[in-house]
Design a protein around this ligand. Structure first.
Ligand code: ADP
Length: 427
């Protein structure tokens, strides 16, 4: 349990890499941040933590499970002394229409006894912006981006007011960019006006980081704030303005871990596919076939580990299930979307355990769900967050058990050379 007094901000993230991305933002803005994996249960969080980010694996869980885990996390954070709660989801608002963002936000509002929360998944640094309630990825609408073909959460509607409206019985409103640009006071007035109309959620436009800073400042008194990692960037400054947080710049160093290096990739995003190609051209790489995993399960995994043990003698290796949309569609047609996903995640988890047994201590994982599965399999309970490798992706070191240097990335994140670069930065 964190020391009472040190903890200011309590965060709940709906997937693993999203949590890391948020923790990275908080560290860069001067908050000592620990990421806890799963609903905390006997976790020893360092007493100096000023922000705790709880990483759930609830994005695609049945809504009732996602709600239960989120509410339990919220209670724990409040008991640990958190003064504000932040709900983090993906900057591309990944969810199905049965999806969890609405029900979880509703339950957290009830738990925190508040009638209102903001919704702002913008992340301009990686091209995710919101204009008049519509989500853009680069220069196209979310619904025209590759997210349309995501294996688990295909996004076919870019209008976030409408998408959230389908997930909650509460009313959803908009705070347009014109109001955001007028500053925090104008935004607070807009929040109050929506509240008076009984509107529980404001989707807030944001096109550049400066918008997110204004929005963050406007949210200083809200019990519940929600969004991507970007909408949290000003929250440390709010605490500093209130005299609660020391003035300090940026990330802290991490201890050296040493050991062999490997990449496990379960993301099928275009960014990851390019990263796989980049590393494949330079280092030994092995492709996992979900159909073979369905037929030969543990045998296929043992063969992959035998291959890895030999290749690791020469340096880092890559094992990937990542495949282009046509191939993913063909696999899903045969196995079903959920079974294909869980077969790959199970394999990545088993491989991670085998790789650590073979001496790997520096591990890069691509994919939100994939990272969640790997970290759970390795029994990692918490991470100390260090310096950023690429936007949204920090180097981390695991706490408790075998010390591992980990870089866990959401599918869309990272430059083409990310895998190679991350292995160099993890020490
Ligand atoms: P991202 O961060 O890109 O969304 P995730 O790991 O969260 O990546 O999700 C990718 C999902 O796709 C996982 O459930 C993974 O198991 C699944 N998957 C990976 N490779 C394949 C494949 N070749 N065919 C079908 N599904 C796959």
């Amino acid at each position: 349990m964190a020391q009472r007094g040190a903890l200011l901000l309590g965060c709940i993230a709906d997937d693993f890499t999203g949590a890391t991305d948020l923790a990275n933002t908080l560290v860069r803005n001067g908050m000592r941040t620990i990421q806890v994996i799963g609903v905390p249960d006997g976790v020893d969080v360092p007493a100096d933590a000023e922000a705790i980010v709880i990483a759930l694996k609830s994005r695609t869980a049945p809504p009732v499970e996602a709600v239960g885990q989120s509410v339990a996390s919220c209670r724990w954070l409040q008991q640990a002394g958190a003064r504000q709660i932040y709900l983090k989801y993906c900057s591309t608002f990944d969810s199905t229409d049965e999806g969890n963002i609405g029900p979880v936000a509703d339950a957290l509002r009830a738990e925190l006894r508040t009638d209102f929360a903001t919704i702002c998944p913008a992340f301009p640094e990686t091209g995710r912006t919101i204009y008049l309630g519509h989500s853009f990825v680069g220069d196209v609408l979310l619904s025209d981006s590759p997210m349309r073909h995501h294996p688990l959460t295909p996004m076919t509607d870019a209008n976030l007011v409408r998408v959230l409206g389908r997930q909650t019985k509460a009313s959803v409103g908009l705070v347009p960019i014109a109001t955001v640009r007028k500053g925090p006071a104008a935004m607070r007035d807009a929040f109050d006006a929506l509240r008076r109309k009984g509107i529980a959620y404001a989707v807030v436009d944001a096109i550049e980081d400066e918008d997110l800073r204004r929005i963050g400042a406007a949210c200083s008194d809200l019990a519940l704030v929600t969004g991507g990692s970007g909408a949290a960037m000003e929250l440390p400054e709010n605490f500093r303005r209130a005299g609660l947080l020391a003035a300090r710049a940026g990330a802290e160093g991490l201890p050296d871990v040493g050991g062999k290096g490997a990449v496990l990739s379960g993301s099928c995003s275009p960014a990851t596919l390019a990263q796989v190609e980049h590393m494949r051209a330079r280092r030994p790489a092995l492709k996992l076939d979900p159909l073979a995993l369905a037929e030969r399960g543990e045998v296929a995994i043992s063969e992959a580990l035998a291959w890895a043990a030999a290749e690791l003698e020469t340096g880092p290796i890559l094992i990937y299930a990542s495949a282009a949309p046509e191939s993913v569609n063909a696999v899903q047609a045969k196995l079903g979307r959920a079974r294909a996903g869980s077969l790959v995640e199970h394999a990545l988890a088993a491989l991670a355990r085998g790789l650590v047994a073979a001496g790997v201590r520096r591990l890069v994982v691509a994919g939100g769900e994939s990272s969640g599965a790997v970290v759970q399999a390795l029994g990692v309970q918490a991470l100390r967050i260090g310096p950023q490798i690429d936007p949204g992706i920090p180097a981390t070191v695991s706490l408790g058990g075998t010390s591992l240097a980990l870089a866990l990335k959401s599918g869309n994140f990272g430059a083409e050379d990310f895998f190679v670069k991350a292995l160099e930065r993890l020490r």
